[in-house]
Ligand binder design. Structure first.
Ligand SMILES: [Zn+2]
Length: 319
């Protein structure tokens, strides 16, 4: 029997409605709507509640307290640049403990995003209309292609991978299907408990540095630590990278993918770019990301900016 969760049984190969989805996607592309918050209803993004923005962080990368405003995003999010090292970050932001508690809570937002991800491959309800019926097959193929290229770059025998901010476990499932041991963590407690129950994944609730310090994730144990669309969300990317460094075996790789502000996409969309909205704490350039990673002790193996998507992919090795 077919389930409503394609990750369980692979899901359909094709449905007639996929033609409609394709049409919607082509129109968005032709109108250059992708990522342009000025052209879509972004009220979905406000479902995270209406918190006060009253926390003014110092620079995470260098500790400098002084910063200057760079821009205000379309939702009013204020982005500043460190006066010393040039890192871009959101300030003021939502109080860290309030935000953590919100993610750990069993609330409407966490349920909705999780169920959407599990059924359609998208978190936001407005994007469900863009989901192909075969989204999981497509996503798994892409993740596995990425994994194979990482394994080739690694050069050795890759046995264990850890996904930081694993969400609904897409990467974990894709890796397991390749015969790799995969585990992960997330702050969305509802999601973690859901995928533990549905798929039996080895996943933890909590922030990486605290899981590492408490011994829930092992030292010098993993071959690859994976951070896809994660580092822009965390309040302490440097602490996360420190923990990742400690978890990796010598020669192990860290993979980071995030949006970047030294891309053509940023130049084109500027403050209308949906990536610059409030629930992203950091807005890296390829240079500021490289600096953070090398400061922790990694050697950069590869760093590529995709101008069209506005993303940067970085792979670095623990010596
Ligand atoms: Zn700085």
């Amino acid at each position: 029997m077919k389930t409503k969760y394609p990750m369980l049984d692979g899901g359909p190969f094709f449905r007639a409605n996929d033609f409609v989805v394709l049409w919607r996607r082509l129109i968005r592309k032709a109108k250059k709507m992708e990522g342009n918050a000025a052209m879509v209803d972004v009220s979905d993004n406000q479902k995270d509640g209406r918190f006060d923005f009253d926390e003014y962080p110092v620079c995470e990368s260098c500790g400098e307290p002084n910063s200057v405003e760079v821009l205000k995003a379309i939702d009013g999010n204020r982005i500043v640049q460190c006066e010393n090292c040039g890192l871009w970050f959101t300030s003021p932001r939502v109080n860290e403990q309030k935000w953590i508690n919100w993610l750990l809570e069993d609330n409407e937002r966490n349920r909705e995003f999780t169920e959407n991800r599990l059924r359609y491959g998208f978190a936001l309800s407005r994007n469900i209309q863009l989901a192909f019926s075969f989204w999981w097959r497509l996503l798994r193929t892409r993740r596995q292609k990425k994994l194979r290229s990482l394994f080739a770059l690694h050069g050795g025998d890759v046995q264990r991978i850890f996904d930081v901010g694993c969400g609904c476990g897409y990467l974990i499932k894709a890796a397991q299907d390749l015969g790799i041991q995969a585990s992960g963590n997330d702050l969305n407690r509802y999601a973690v408990e859901r995928i533990r129950k549905l798929f039996g994944f080895d996943v933890h609730v909590g922030l990486l540095p605290s899981l590492f310090d408490k011994g829930f994730v092992e030292k010098s144990h993993y071959d690859v630590v994976y951070m896809n669309d994660y580092i822009e969300h965390t309040y302490h990317p440097k602490k996360d990278l420190d923990a990742a460094f400690g978890m990796l075996r010598p020669g192990g790789l860290i993979y980071i993918s995030t949006f970047c502000v030294d891309s053509e996409r940023y130049k084109r969309l500027g403050s209308s770019w949906d990536m610059l909205m409030w629930n992203h704490c950091f807005h890296f350039s390829s240079e500021s990301l490289k600096k953070l990673v090398t400061d922790v002790g990694f050697d950069i193996s590869m760093c590529n900016v995709n101008d069209d998507k506005g993303s940067v992919e970085l792979v670095a090795r623990k010596p």
